[in-house]
Design a protein around this ligand. Sequence first.
Ligand code: GDP
Ligand code: MN
Length: 349
Amino acid sequence: LLAASRARTSTPVWEPPMRAHNASARANATMLMLARNSDINGVVQSVREAEDRFNRAYGYPWVFLNEEPFSEDFKNRVGNLIQGEVYFGQIPHDHWYQPDWIDEQRAAAGRKQLVRQKVIYGGSVSYRNMCRFNSGFFFHHPLLQKYRWYWRVEPDVHFHCDMQHDPFVYMEEHNKTYGFTITMLEFEKTIPTLWPAVREFMDANPQYIAPGNALDYVSYNRGETYNLCHFWSNFEIADLDFWRGEAYRKFFDFLDAKGGFYYERWGDAPVHSIAAALFLPKERIHFFREIGYFHHPFTHCPVERDIWQAGRCSCNPDDSFDYTGYSCMRQWDRALAGLAPEMPNQLPG
Ligand code: GDP
Ligand code: MN
């Protein structure tokens, strides 16, 4: 009896997932986070959950980027959570700050107008720097050059479920380029001239428009206007080579020259999403339904019972954003199925 109970107590009740100490990562991929030193507590939360729910079993490296040097405290707190390699990088000045050729008077007037209209981050220059960096520069950073795949993580997010598989390997094996968990409507006031610029680019560069693209996901009228649908880019699992490719680089340079990142408040989410929708066959875009995810104020929680159970998901499927008012899942489903787009009867708000 004694031996039996001793044997039992020596077996831990809970065993951590297998660690990838020496095992080589199976895809050429990295976890990626842009953050400020002041974000540290939210960074710790997100990294801890990403490690516990996924990466502890895989050991992919992490890359952290910042326009300022990371503090010793930041590096120490983050490093404490991660088994694998961690890199802390500084963003080159010209990849971050407002370029000299932007008309500051016009930019200031644009900010003032968005503040008056109570648009979130309407008056923020740093937010605009961030959106432009995430649109056109992160994939050029030296620390990312050796990787093909990245998983973008932000401070203060939650990962609700155990990953049962390697999403990078999934992307590679299934010929996917861009992966998302949440899709929704953009605030129109932040991008009034984005679509006209996109149309101008499309007209001048029809060679980049992919056959079998997802135009119907971003437009109800075959491209005449933008329907504001986009993938919420605070979560992305994607192929860096897509952003580094000719079509996207030309697209970004064209948009950047319009100045809309500063004169308006163009977000990286609509810019990435429109590019993915136009330059990729729609099957290359993937909805990660099994990844439970929260970024304030929305949750994606797997509603499929078996997925929810297998992932030990801590979220409530009833809270899932998927088919609620501001979501664009319906538009995505229809576009992927090749069905004609349907404008919602009632626009939210
Ligand atoms: P929101 O998700 O649109 O509300 O914007 P966030 O404040 O979460 O910013 C998006 C991402 O950019 C997060 O990873 C932030 O940590 C990061 N970020 C935002 N502003 C700055 C900044 O000025 N400097 C740095 N280094 N990161 C920033
Ligand atoms: Mn955020």
